[in-house]
Design a protein around this ligand. Structure first.
Ligand SMILES: [Zn+2]
Length: 290
């Protein structure tokens, strides 16, 4: 599943290619955008900007600027869930996937953005979007400058009965962390993903949030390529098909030796969503089990 850093990089790529351009063609094979006021809701408008909010990608259409621009803008929000992706192509470029598989297409004079296997797409006014609790606010997004650290620490601490691993992937606590960063962040802070949040001091909780922010940010640096890694703090380029565990501390490394202590890395499914978690029993003991 794409995590916050992946969506951030996708938004940056789309923003650079399409920002400010007039939409020549908008196509959607999905029910929701087609149900909007108009069958071609965005043709003739400008793509004002593209931004990410946690794991959501927002495309803002409307007038470029102006005092009351927001009132007339519409926001297309897409969520990739497990397998969705956006591609950008120049005119005449060969597409990596068959055109008929694109579920949403935004075409300008210079570029075409095509969304594949996108399971969720919705159109909002800004007013409606602000009321939509599924879409994180800017101050909840770990990658935004507006991110409010202290508020996130409070939201995390308020989930005392939950495990740390479940709480930090909760997008309402902070937006952007998925299974990979959950495992890596807990390891870096030597916290068991199965420890209850109530066993954390406030400063430990803050350190976890800061660690998550640091790791996500390292992965959206300009030269980061597909995925930069956290292992020994080095930024190594990995390719899409490479073994993800080759460059990480614990994620994807079940049974392999912990890079810190040599013990075998554990793997388990955690929480209601049965989300995969990797950790080291020695480096990340349960509180009271030293
Ligand atoms: Zn270890």
């Amino acid at each position: 599943m794409p995590e916050g850093d992946t969506i951030f990089r996708t938004a940056r790529t789309l923003e650079r290619a399409l920002h400010g351009a007039v939409v020549r063609r908008f196509f959607s094979a999905m029910a929701e955008p087609a149900r909007a006021d108009d069958e071609r809701p965005f043709a003739g408008q400008r793509l004002v900007r593209v931004e990410s909010r946690g794991k959501w990608l927002l495309m803002v259409f409307g007038e470029k600027n102006g005092a009351d621009a927001e009132a007339t803008q519409r926001v297309l929000a897409t969520h990739m869930l497990m397998s969705g992706s956006w591609h950008v192509y120049g005119p005449g470029a060969k597409w990596q996937k068959p055109r008929e598989q694109a579920r949403i297409v935004v075409e300008t004079d210079k570029f075409v953005a095509a969304g594949f296997r996108i399971p969720i797409a919705k159109i909002y006014t800004w007013e409606k979007l602000r009321r939509e609790r599924k879409i994180p606010r800017v101050e909840e997004d770990l990658l935004r400058v507006e991110f409010d650290l202290e508020a996130a620490v409070k939201r995390l601490m308020a989930r005392g009965a939950e495990s740390v691993g479940e709480a930090i992937v909760n997008q309402r606590v902070m937006a952007g962390v998925g299974n990979v960063f959950k495992s890596e962040v807990c390891f870096a802070e030597r916290v068991s993903p199965f420890a209850r949040v109530s066993t954390l001091s406030e400063s430990r909780a803050r350190a976890l949030v800061e660690q998550a922010r640091r790791q996500l940010k390292a992965n959206v640096m300009e030269d980061s390529g597909d995925r930069v890694v956290t292992y020994r703090g080095r930024h190594r380029r990995t390719t899409r098909n490479a073994d993800p565990g080759a460059s990480l501390w614990v994620y994807g490394r079940r049974g392999e030796a912990c890079r810190r202590c040599g013990a075998g890395i554990e793997r388990a499914l955690q929480g209601d969503g049965a989300r995969v978690t990797y950790w080291c029993l020695v480096c990340q003991p349960m509180p009271g089990v030293e």
